[in-house]
Design a protein around this ligand. Structure first.
Ligand code: T5A
Length: 209
């Protein structure tokens, strides 16, 4: 049976994930493969509803926040990611389980062991084949977002210290899993970030070489 490639994009706020995914989508298509671009939270009708609860409303108790991200992920994996992989597609997903570990366990302070187990339960054990971590100082990413149309969401507005913990949490995860998580310097020009990411993607995918 065909099996595609599951690629996730992680990093602090405003790191340039969306920008990079758009560029890679075009290059994957040019190479004759079928990309599927998606994100967490927010895929499908269920995801859109959960996303608005998470990002557009007022404060949410930390455990409730965790379970909303997990519910979004469980639905997303089951209804979109697994079927696309089974059809041999390249799934480019903006944020996934590493974000839950870093934001809800490391930055919010929920039990890391429980969060890891809950993530595995939500994904049914599916793990990304490859993860790009776009790293940059929290202040730089937040400054990029301050000019964005639509302004900041509930999580963007968390204190700087929270975002600094997020950055460090991602760097620690990358050190734990260097084979899966590829560190990219997100302060570079977008074209350089794209070239570095595409070089790695090509190494991992015979059809893109
Ligand atoms: N979250 C998510 C959790 O807490 N737990 C979870 O389990 C999950 C899945 C999601 C929020 O939810 C949290 C994390 C987040 O706080 P979101 O709106 O999806 O919210 O937010 P982000 O994923 O952070 O996406 P952003 O839109 O904020 O940022 P991107 O996609 O990383 O950045 P992008 O590409 O939109 O670029 C931002 C700006 O920077 C410019 C772009 O033109 C744009 O203006 N830019 C660059 N500028 C200079 N140099 C570069 N290399 C640039 N690349 C892009």
């Amino acid at each position: 049976m065909a099996y595609g490639l599951f690629v996730t994009f992680e990093g602090p706020e405003g790191a340039g994930k969306t920008t990079l995914i758009r560029a890679l989508e075009a290059r994957v298509r040019e190479a004759g493969m079928t990309p599927v671009v998606t994100r967490e939270p927010g895929a499908g009708e269920f995801g859109k509803t959960v996303r608005s609860l998470l990002l557009e409303g007022g404060e949410i108790a930390h455990p409730a926040e965790l379970f909303l991200f997990l519910a979004d992920r469980a639905q997303h994996v089951e209804t979109l990611i697994k079927p696309a992989l089974a059809e041999g597609k390249v799934v480019l997903c903006d944020r996934h389980a590493d974000s839950t570990y870093v934001y809800q366990a490391i930055a919010r302070g929920l039990d890391p062991t429980f969060v890891r187990q809950a993530n595995t339960f939500a994904t049914g054990g599916l793990k990304p084949d490859l993860t790009f971590l776009l790293d940059l100082p929290a202040e730089v990413g937040l400054a990029r977002l301050s000019n964005r149309e639509g302004g900041q969401d509930r999580l963007d507005r968390a204190p700087l210290e929270f975002h600094q913990k997020v950055r460090q949490g991602f760097l620690d995860l990358a050190a734990e899993e260097p084979g899966r998580i590829i560190l990219l310097d997100a302060t570079q020009d977008p074209k350089n970030v794209e070239s570095a990411a595409f070089a790695t993607l090509s190494e991992r995918t015979v059809h893109l070489r």
